[in-house]
Ligand binder design. Sequence first.
Ligand SMILES: N[C@@H](CCC(=O)N[C@@H](CS)C(=O)NCC(=O)O)C(=O)O
Length: 253
Amino acid sequence: MELITNWFSPFARKVALALEHKGIAYEAIDGLTHANHALLWRLNSRGEVPTLIDGKVVVSNSAHILAYLEDAYPEPSILPRDAATRAQARALERLFDTRVDPILVNCSLWSWAKRSDSAPPGLKEAGQRDLDAAFAETEALLANMGAFSFGDTPGLADFALWPHLAAIEPLGFQLDASRFERTAMLLTQMKATELFRDDARRTRNFLKTMSADTHETTKIAWRGDRIEWMLARGYHEWFLDEILSGRVIWPMS
Ligand SMILES: N[C@@H](CCC(=O)N[C@@H](CS)C(=O)NCC(=O)O)C(=O)O
């Protein structure tokens, strides 16, 4: 099996965690290097990681890859047993994929991309406000949590949440444990678990080696949810300037 990945991508990390939890061996290929640019676009028509190759089967989009893995390699399962709780696990995945990811990525561009400007005023504060709203929803979805989101072993929701939750404090945001007790407990549990610690180490090591020689660091790939958050929070002029300055990569060839 091959995973077209990138260790900075929360979506690729989600899939890698599911593969590792299921004990499935895979070869990781960084799809976002200059060298693998053509390969990625051949496999994934949006030019995004992750994409999974399992023999003749090629699957893109992290949620679909996890669904494929659960169908093809059901044991150990990464889903709760009953349909209603499965729906809750997927709701958590979607909340972090589409609402939390845009905030963290958009507000952190200045820490990893090559830029000469500063973040527009108020962006970080808007980010924290919207993160708090997302954490409030997370608390409700975690109402019956065990050690992990839906029991005593990690599963789909944990794999989806971890890359984002692990980035909150390093990016200068807060997860207020007095207001978001379950979410904070979950993060503490993950930080004490080898599977998640290994993932964090891999990402830290990757970030030490990433450079303009190997990866695109000036232009930013803008997916729908990330654009939506910028526009919804009033940064349309900033975004227009990004387009006019040629710093946007669109997810279409
Ligand atoms: N919905 C997709 C989103 C994947 C995505 O946004 N991938 C980003 C990295 S986090 C990407 O590959 N962007 C292209 C680029 O950076 O060139 C999924 O869940 O797999």
